[in-house]
Design a protein around this ligand. Structure first.
Ligand SMILES: Cc1cc2nc3c(=O)[nH]c(=O)nc-3n(C[C@H](O)[C@H](O)[C@H](O)COP(=O)(O)O)c2cc1C
Length: 318
């Protein structure tokens, strides 16, 4: 096991009181580490750890009706990472409202509901149904590279993005996070468009477009041909994106993610200007990774009181 993965005496089930909370758009997270959308499954994770231990849980994307996702194979390994084209498979918002969301809230989790759509109307339908739900925050996913309509295309055009976010803003008072794609020339431009539309916070980055081929057949490994790359390979790209958006929008709350596998990786994102982070692919390798990283970061913040105080106040490192 990678040395960074180990933590002396770490027991994910042991009660633990975090010393360093953060705030994202006025919402207090008990620690700055959340689970990234699409990589947390309640039924799988609740046996391994108390899910209320995480700063927040970003759910799998929720669409207006059930989506089957893409045909298999949907994943491939890649150097220091993976490629996926799951395609936002989910049971739809009505099912989410009676099943996953109440179960997460009963367990004491802080829930960021990730919203998926193929069109502006799709996003609006989901947000309308979530407006009075117990979700703590909404995360509008305009950055999925694995669906043919909506998804990433909604997050690469600043004009369309601002129009969509303004429309959703008028529908809910819930803190609204907009999840950005790195598959653009200027991420600061789309970040500004989301801010102008009324986003309360931004999350970044979603996956980068990638592919793998089978050299025995000469064919793509993933049925969808291309997918989204995640894992440690994308960490430096994600850090640069967070830093660029922080320079462009000094006051905007940012949830940073991309390749985080240790407390020290998480710390880098906080120094780049993130207010909180999320762990994705690392949890697919080791389901308790987000809790381990949260505890490693808690110890690292003990030694960095200025950063810890900045986060607790709802500010970011500048
Ligand atoms: C299998 C898989 C499914 C994902 N599903 C979603 C999703 O439904 N909505 C979303 O906004 N991001 C989704 N993502 C993107 C992650 O939340 C995250 O932004 C990205 O993987 C980068 O973080 P990581 O390198 O720690 O995985 C998914 C990622 C993976 C690997």
């Amino acid at each position: 096991m990678d040395e960074r993965m180990s933590m002396d005496g770490f027991d994910p089930l042991e009660p633990y009181t975090y010393r360093h909370p953060t705030q994202v758009a006025g919402v207090v997270w008990k620690n700055p580490v959340g689970a990234a959308s699409g990589t947390f499954k309640l039924d799988a994770c609740q046996d391994f750890y108390d899910v209320s231990q995480l700063g927040a849980i970003s759910t799998k994307g929720v669409s207006p009706v059930a989506w089957e996702g893409n045909p298999t194979p949907r994943t491939a390994e890649s150097p220091s990472g993976m490629v996926n084209a799951v395609g936002l498979q989910n049971p739809g918002v009505d099912d989410y409202l009676v099943d996953e969301l109440p179960r997460l809230k009963d367990l004491g989790a802080l829930v960021v509901t990730n919203v998926a759509g193929h069109s502006d109307d799709d996003y609006a339908q989901v947000v309308a149904k979530l407006a009075d739900s117990p979700a703590d925050m909404l995360e509008i996913n305009v950055s999925c590279p694995n669906v043919t309509h909506g998804g990433m295309s909604a997050g690469t055009d600043p004009v369309g993005l601002e129009r969509l976010i303004s429309r959703l803003r008028a529908m809910t008072d819930k803190p609204m996070v907009v999840k950005l794609t790195p598959n653009v020339t200027d991420i600061a431009a789309v970040a500004r468009a989301a801010a102008n539309g009324g986003a309360d916070a931004l999350s970044l980055i979603n996956t980068l477009v990638g592919m793998r081929l089978d050299t025995t057949t000469g064919r793509p490994i993933i049925d969808n041909v291309t997918g989204g790359v995640s894992g440690p390979a994308i960490l430096p790209i994600a850090l640069a994106c967070v830093w660029k958006v922080r320079q462009a929008l000094p006051e905007m709350p940012i949830i940073g993610m991309g390749g985080i596998a240790s407390g020290s990786d998480a710390l880098e994102f906080l120094y780049a200007g993130a207010n909180a982070v999320e762990v994705g692919a690392a949890a697919l390798v080791d389901p308790v990774a987000p809790v381990r990283i949260a505890r490693q970061l808690d110890e690292l913040l003990d030694q960095r009181p200025e950063l810890a105080e900045t986060l607790e106040k709802g500010s970011s490192w500048k």
